[in-house]
Design a protein around this ligand. Structure first.
Ligand code: ADP
Length: 495
């Protein structure tokens, strides 16, 4: 069958010349391609090469009659529409022809309009059939494309080295790949379909995934990465994220699981190395520092001022190095999880008084006022590592002094918030621009602008503070306005 855009083809089989030439003229004018045969067997021969869409077939012909030709055309299994041309007296023949599969009939003699109507109807039928076939083919293609796409995605997910698990809004697992089973240590034949708790033992991770599945987190940035240790000393990192529909609605969650054991080992080796080097450097540096101090005392008044200045600078620099080493050691201890292991009852009031007393001279040297205020009532004791808490407040108050101009004010307020203890360290110093705020707790992050550039530091203090607060289960946050001042708020949990 020819496509919609080609002219349809008609074969006219009639023994009377005028009934061959007449239709040829009419049909060519209305865009058909026409061939003619003067008898049945010639007509069948032409059909071998000419793929006609329509045959106009005279029933009454000498030799092979129309009915026989019709039967043979029908046997060809080609979807040719045959319009039989019958004489007035042969209505029965017409009925018989229709039974044999003819599409239509026209009584002979016929008017040109009768022919046009019959042939145009046949054309409509053919075009409709072509459209339907095309639509069906397209549907089949889409289905098979979908099927191929689905199995391709499936194969990729199955082959991924990272674990992938997908849940629906009920927290039911709808997809789980072999890597997930292997990493988390479950039998791979468990298959999807059960609640998340059947697959993951870690209760907190199950809760996180269930919360995400139910649409509790829509903002990706709010979702923490989750680290877990599984049997065999393996460390895994789980990233769980909501799956959002077109309108932003939550359809479930995906969990991506990675083995980070190697990274952990590397991290540990790095911390051990830093701790070792720092430890080895600390005593010789302290000795150098003490010896320079002695030399300064000895030569006071006897040596030119410029030499004394050089010695004083050398002393300050060694002190800076000693404090950096102290920071690195603190950090190593926190990373090794040691810092919060010494647990003692602590009077936060006393601890703060001592630290403020210790740092007062520093503030005074800059003409700053350092004020410590307690709200009414005594604060309850908390159980923590005193060294760790000293490090927290020491770092925050030292920062407030360092990053506040001469003559500024630093106020430390402590009191109860609910049953916990809240401490607020407020300064009216340089402040921190919004863009830096998120990063100041990162290791080695320092803000370098015109005011802070010349202040020495390591960028480790706040990461130490954050590490300790996390290990204590406390909270720290910061508010700041550039050029106006900064507030660090701390909440220490009272058990
Ligand atoms: P360091 O003080 O050694 O640079 P920190 O980790 O303690 O490292 O602080 C990181 C950065 O945060 C500092 O470099 C400083 O720019 C900024 N910062 C910390 N505390 C304050 C503060 N009270 N006021 C203004 N900036 C601060």
């Amino acid at each position: 069958m020819n496509s919609k855009f080609d002219a349809l083809r008609v074969l006219v089989i009639d023994d009377e010349q005028s009934f061959r030439d007449g239709p040829e003229r009419i049909l060519t004018r209305i865009n058909f391609e026409v061939q003619k045969a003067s008898n049945g067997s010639d007509g069948l021969k032409i059909l071998q090469d000419f793929s006609a869409d329509i045959v106009l077939l005279d029933m009454k012909m000498p030799g092979m009659d129309g009915m026989e030709v019709l039967k043979q055309i029908m046997e060809m299994e080609r979807r040719i529409l045959v319009i039989v041309i019958t004489g007035f007296a042969t209505l029965e023949t017409a009925i018989e022809a229709m039974k044999q599969g003819a599409y239509d009939f026209i009584p002979k003699p016929y008017e040109p309009d009768q022919l046009r109507i019959a042939v145009n109807r046949a054309r409509e039928t053919i075009l409709l059939k072509q459209e339907a076939e095309k639509a069906e083919n397209e549907r089949r293609m889409t289905l098979s494309d979908l099927h191929t796409e689905k199995s391709r995605v499936h194969t990729i997910i199955e082959a991924l080295p990272n674990g992938v698990l997908v849940t629906n809004t009920e927290g039911q697992v709808v997809l789980i790949n072999p890597a997930f089973c292997k990493l988390i240590g479950i039998k791979s034949n468990i298959g999807p379909g059960k609640q998340i708790e059947e697959y993951i033992e870690d209760k907190d991770l199950c809760k996180l995934v269930t919360d995400i599945s139910r649409g509790k987190f829509i903002d990706y940035d709010d979702i923490p990465a989750y680290e877990l240790e599984v049997s065999g000393g393996k460390f895994l990192l789980a990233w769980a994220r909501p799956v959002l529909g077109e309108k932003g609605e939550c359809l479930g969650s995906t969990v991506n699981l990675m083995d980070i054991s190697a990274m952990k080992v590397l991290d540990q080796l790095k911390s051990e190395f830093v701790a070792k080097v720092s430890h080895e450097l600390r005593s010789p540096l302290s000795t150098i520092h003490e010896q320079i101090a002695l030399v300064i005392n000895d030569v006071e008044g006897d040596t030119p001022e410029s030499d004394q200045y050089i010695l004083t600078r050398a002393k300050e620099k060694t002190l800076g190095l000693i404090s950096t080493i102290g920071d690195l050691l603190d950090l190593s201890r926190i990373e090794a999880g040691i810092s919060a292991k010494v647990q003692k009852p602590i009077q936060v009031q006393e601890l703060l008084k001592n630290i403020v007393e210790f740092l007062e001279s520093r503030a005074r040297a800059k003409g700053q006022s350092l004020i410590l205020e307690f709200s009414e009532g005594t604060l309850p004791e908390i159980i923590a590592d005193p060294m760790a808490l000293e490090s927290v407040f020491g770092n925050l108050i030292t920062n407030a002094i360092n990053y506040t101009q001469d003559g500024g004010e630093i106020v430390i307020k402590a009191g109860l918030t609910g049953k916990n203890i809240g401490v607020r360290i407020e300064d009216n110093g340089f402040g921190i621009e919004e863009k830096h705020l998120e990063k100041i707790f990162d290791k080695f992050y320092r803000v370098k602008d015109d005011k802070t550039r010349y202040i020495t530091g390591t960028g480790l203090g706040l990461s130490i503070v954050k590490g300790i607060m996390d290990s204590l289960g406390g909270i720290i946050d910061v508010e700041s306005e550039y050029g106006k001042g900064t507030v660090f708020n701390i909440i220490l949990t009272v058990s």
